[in-house]
Design a protein around this ligand. Structure first.
Ligand code: ZN
Length: 141
């Protein structure tokens, strides 16, 4: 029977759950502790030391490689998404430039509903409004 160790501590229960699912998907046994307390009351975070991810000691190298791999994939997906966003085929109604991207708004970034939901849940706004943005004159539409 191998020893169980705390692999990592998270201050964000959602992040902890994402990592847990990734590991379970890869067939690695693991579990979280102090998760429910922290989800209900994030202010206990400091007191409890965050959500702890426990794994078997012999799985630690495997866990490392899984997380390193999925981290790289995630970054790649993100870059591809950025590339796709850069080409929108739109022209700017302000200056006529076709250097226009469909991106997260720099002004009025978050819709009012998102802000309200965020306040209710006490989390940072997670869904940013998207607009067409002209890189030539900074006009958004
Ligand atoms: Zn423009």
């Amino acid at each position: 029977m191998s020893k169980i160790v705390v692999y990592e501590t998270f201050y964000n229960p959602i992040e902890a759950n994402i990592i847990k699912s990734k590991l379970l998907d890869s067939g690695v046994q693991c579990f979280l502790s102090d998760e429910n307390t922290l989800t209900v009351n994030p202010l206990y975070n400091q007191a409890l030391g965050g959500v702890k991810l426990h794994v078997f000691e012999h799985d630690v190298p495997l866990v490392k490689s899984i997380l390193a791999e999925s981290g790289a994939e995630g970054a790649e997906d993100f870059e591809n998404a950025e590339d796709a966003e850069g080409v929108s085929g739109m022209t700017c109604p302000n200056c006529g430039s076709d250097h226009v991207g469909y991106v997260q708004a720099t002004k009025e970034r978050f819709g009012i509903l998102t802000i309200l939901v965020s306040l209710l849940l006490l989390v940072y706004p997670f869904r940013a409004k998207k607009v067409h943005h002209c890189f030539n004159c900074q006009h958004e539409f």
